[in-house]
Ligand binder design. Structure first.
Ligand code: PLP
Length: 264
């Protein structure tokens, strides 16, 4: 007897990001998070990093054509509505992803990954302006940490007040929703929604544990919750809780910054 096809649809999401050979950040963190939150995760790899908990040793960027081909293969067959970007490596890849996101009508979460916590550039300096001009206007939400928010806004972000100024400046670049994650300030995330010009504080507490992959895990959780139909504020609160748990359950895997554990 042939099995009936499953009729209950689960959301299908995509991560467009780099791989981390240490299994902590990038695609590995994203797919673990998607699995833990009950959505089907697909991926387009932008760069292959040779990396462990002590840092990025080398990165091998894929060609824009290789990135486009992965996105095309998935979107030609599966109904992907929400996607996230992580490490985009180069101007050429940023440009290609901006084209593909529009072509496939993807609702986008941008995690503006610039450097690895343990060291190593993940986005070339010259690609930052391309990210701002060509990709930011096409996203629904961007999730910078304090230093990434500072680079995007062109100011130093050292206090929660600076985070507010930066969030408004980033929204001014054409982004509907900005979440400045607070892991490096006061553990509180700041959600700014430009349409209503409102700030919502999403409180948290500093917890002990490995944080490698925490930004990836947070933005992947946002993507999953939004794909499941949650509002921006609920998704932000749930993602915060999820990443705190993942840090608490982090694994003592290596000698450097240990990876979060989204499957904990
Ligand atoms: N993407 C890749 C491929 C990485 O290697 C890293 C960090 O090493 C990141 C993203 C960013 O990681 P985090 O979530 O710790 O900011």
């Amino acid at each position: 007897m042939t099995e009936k096809p499953l009729t209950v649809k689960i959301p299908i999401v995509m991560t467009i990001a780099g791989s981390d050979s240490g299994g902590g950040a990038g695609i590995a963190a994203d797919l673990k998070t998607f699995a833990a939150l009950g959505v089907h995760g697909t991926c387009a790899i932008t760069s292959i990093t040779a990396q462990n908990t002590t840092g990025v040793l080398e990165a091998f960027d894929l060609t824009p054509a290789a990135v486009a081909s992965q996105i095309e293969a998935v979107c030609a067959d599966m109904d992907v509505k929400w996607a996230k970007t992580g490490m985009l490596a180069s101007s050429e890849i940023v440009r290609e992803v901006a084209k593909d996101v529009r072509k496939h009508g993807l609702s986008l979460v941008i995690d503006p990954v610039m450097a690895a916590e343990a060291g190593g550039d993940l986005l070339r300096k010259e690609a930052i302006s391309v990210l701002i001009e060509e990709l930011l206007p096409f996203c629904k939400v961007i999730t910078p940490n304090a230093s990434e928010a500072g680079v995007l806004a062109g100011i130093e972000v050292k206090t929660p007040k600076d985070a507010k100024i930066a969030a408004r400046k980033i929204a001014g670049l054409g982004v509907e929703t900005v979440i400045v994650t607070g892991g490096h300030l006061d553990a509180t995330d700041l959600l700014y929604e430009a349409v209503s010009d409102t700030f919502t504080r999403i409180p948290g507490t500093f917890v002990k544990g490995g944080t490698h992959g925490s930004g990836c895990t947070y933005s992947a959780a946002m993507t999953a919750f939004l794909a499941c139909g949650k509002s921006m504020e609920v998704a932000a609160r749930e993602s915060k809780k999820f990443v705190v748990e993942a840090i608490l359950k982090s694994l003592p895997a290596g000698r450097g910054v240990n990876p979060v554990n989204p499957l904990g």
